[in-house]
Design a protein around this ligand. Structure first.
Ligand code: FE2
Length: 377
């Protein structure tokens, strides 16, 4: 923390510790696509650009420091300077919302004797998992920086034995290969011929063993051809981008003809049906969520029984499902072709947030959309 700046990591720690802090988002409403949990939005952009506090002058601020935030930190720095001149303890979030896309928090649970940590990129909605058995761990869908997982493993004395992705991601750069390299763990990926670096392929029915248990691979194609769900004792399913808590994956990001899209949507239908035939009490742990994840330690999860009720698309017949999916294809995530290309090559740029930052498309006052999800009304 410098005199008037705070880093993403420092703000993340304040929020995780429940310390008093007021996050003041000064972006104009049209630029607000994702937010920091608990942030206050004041549309002061135009005033600040003219060197005035505008509506910020009327603000009664609670106890604790004020952290100003905008897109990349420039306008927020103006707010900080003006608020400090008015006597408020104010800091600018370094790098703004673009840098915040790398912020993360966690939630814990225990399933079938295995400790599970859900690692959430709160500013982007990506969910990943550390699953532990007898002090050996597997990481699924690593999307936070590799150091995050290494720190969490180290703090608990767990040894990483395998890293896997549920599919080739299009919305974020996979950190799985790098994490496996750093920790000397097996890199296990769904069998496919897209990835251009060595990995151990996992097919439908294969197991990823760790500790005294294993994750069972269940091929669930549709979002992508290789999409795979990992089952833990048939009572938890890590569904990647196939099944979310309010919707299902999108089948279009691999491109192709209309007929290929229809075929993939039919596969998706069958995959979703298979997942919803799991035991009613089985827990679904998805790969994405469509809203910022609070620093409340609460797991993002639902049971199969709940999803049978809440995922409206799942109640449709095959052709109605396909029609509904194809009628609701949202715009492709920015940079998705480049992200897929890098994920297939196993490359991780120095600053991944630059490519990933454009993926967030949440608008205030409108329904949120999962990065991998068709828009639902
Ligand atoms: Fe995806």
């Amino acid at each position: 923390m410098t005199a008037d700046r705070i880093s993403v990591g420092e703000l993340q720690e304040l929020l995780a510790a429940g310390r008093p802090v007021t996050v003041l988002d000064v972006r104009s409403p049209s630029d607000v696509d994702w937010e920091i949990p608990g942030a206050i939005h004041i549309d002061a952009y135009a005033d600040l650009e003219s060197g005035r506090l505008g509506p910020l002058a009327e603000l009664s601020l609670a106890q604790g420091p004020v952290v100003t935030v905008c897109g990349v930190g420039r306008t927020a720095a103006i707010a900080t300077e003006l608020l400090r001149a008015n006597g408020f303890e104010t800091l600018t979030l370094d790098g703004g919302m673009r840098s915040w896309s790398l912020a993360w928090n966690i939630a814990h649970t225990t399933i079938s004797g295995c400790k599970v940590i859900q690692v959430r990129r709160t500013g982007k909605g990506c969910l990943s998992y550390i699953v532990e058995s007898d002090s050996e761990a597997v990481v699924i869908d690593a999307s936070a920086e590799p150091d995050v997982y290494i720190r969490l493993l180290c703090e608990r004395g767990w040894r990483l034995v395998a890293v896997s992705d549920t599919h080739i991601h299009a919305d974020h750069l996979s950190r799985s290969r790098r994490l496996a390299q750093l920790e000397g763990a097996r890199l296990v990926l769904p069998a496919q011929d897209r990835v251009q670096y060595p990995f151990r392929p996992v097919a439908d029915g294969d197991r990823i063993a760790f500790g005294s248990t294993a994750l069972l691979a269940m091929r669930t194609p549709g979002h992508t051809d290789e999409s795979t769900t990992y089952l833990l004792d048939n009572i938890a399913a890590l569904t990647g981008d196939t099944l979310f808590l309010n919707s299902v994956g999108r089948p279009d990001l691999e491109g192709g003809t209309h007929q290929e899209l229809v075929s993939r949507a039919r596969l998706l239908y069958m995959s979703v049906r298979r997942l919803l035939e799991l035991p009613e009490a089985a827990q679904v742990l998805p790969g994405h969520v469509s809203t910022p994840i609070p620093f409340d330690g609460r797991l993002v999860v639902a049971t199969v029984g709940e999803l049978r009720e809440t995922v409206a698309l799942a109640g449709l017949g095959s052709e109605a499902f396909v029609d509904a999916i194809l009628a609701r294809i949202p715009p492709s995530p920015p940079n998705h072709s480049r992200i897929v290309e890098l994920n297939q090559r196993g490359e991780l740029p120095e600053d991944p947030s630059e490519l990933e930052a454009g993926v967030r498309r949440r608008s205030r006052g409108s329904r949120a959309v999962d990065p991998g999800t068709p828009r639902r009304e």
